[in-house]
Design a binder for this molecule. Sequence first.
Ligand SMILES: *Cc1c(COP(=O)(O)O)cnc(C)c1O
Length: 397
Amino acid sequence: MNEKLPRKELFSLPESVIYLDGNSLGVLPKGVSQRLKDTVENEWGRSLITGWNEHSWIDMPECVGDKIGRLVGAPSGTVIASDSTSINVFKVLSAALNLRPERKVILSDTGNFPTDLYVAQGLVRLREAGYELRLVKPEDLLHSIDESIAVVLVTEVDYRTGRRHNMKDLTAAAHNAGALTLWDLAHSAGAFPVYLEECQADFAVGCGYKYLNGGPGAPAFLYVSQRHQSRIDTPLSGWMGHEAPFAFQLDYAPAAGVNQMRVGTPPVLALSALDAALDVFDGVCLEGLWQKSVVLSELFIEEVEARCPELELVSPRDSKCRGSQVSFKVAEGYAVMQALIAGGVIGDFRAPDIIRFGFTPLYLDEEDILKAAKVLQRVMGERLWDNEAFYKKAKVT
Ligand SMILES: *Cc1c(COP(=O)(O)O)cnc(C)c1O
């Protein structure tokens, strides 16, 4: 049971830390440090501007995008690594709305991540009157899709509870009503297998710094189904999405394929880090990774419920309805999490009262989970959280 996953050796994890927050910021893969040193010193340092061609920096958004595509069931040429998730939501949601000009409703749910909703609200303000962001409860989403909906904007895994939407069913329901889907895979990519093409998803976006381990603020990604690539129209029509950026023409003409969703000059250092980070997935069976995640999360739930009766599970108990995280509700959750972190177990807190734990089997095993549950038991049993130092809220929780 306690076999060490060989992949643990690929990560640079501090000795005394049990890290249950890879869903928020992934751990540093060892290969990233070496790659960054090489990109900075050998590529940028020696090649200077010729590096754009010599080291194919210019093609990195597509190359890294293809690597991410393999993790989310997207064929080559449908994913690029670019910008942030928020900006990608803007670009892709606009493009999706433009494909359904006769419809004006964006449908989403109250479990969605705020930035997705804020960006949708901004887009509604930017468009002519009549556009609307309609929010329903997550459990009502499927039945709220009707022929007024242009785009269903949905985050697959709820960032607080870990509740997971069914991509196949929701996408089919949207298509039956003539609507399009935009999937936010921030808490999906790299955590479990995603089948974008098989589910016929239209568009998707996701994060590079969570389960993909690309580092703080890593480039995000976006997916445009092959079906839509020849008809999309993005409002952020930058020169890197032009069919011939170095022809310097006065008028915009979109590049072919998903590349038209590029905007400006790609961040080569950040993309190099993400590219190297993705190598830890080489040869990994995502179904196997997911099974291991289920084992770890079920073990954690069982141990925590037995040891800490005051914690209330807010994640779905059925692993099929859950992403790779487990959350509990607890009074003074912020202080509890600070005390846990002081005890060497890192998770995070989400307002108002949720403590959240992510499971990343590439670098976690059963022994870690048992240790973490024991530390949590001490924090609760001995009220270690009830300490002034743990109440003071930092800017980032
Ligand atoms: C983390 C997360 C984001 C983050 O967006 P950024 O633009 O990278 O800040 C977006 N959507 C979801 C669902 C997330 O979980």
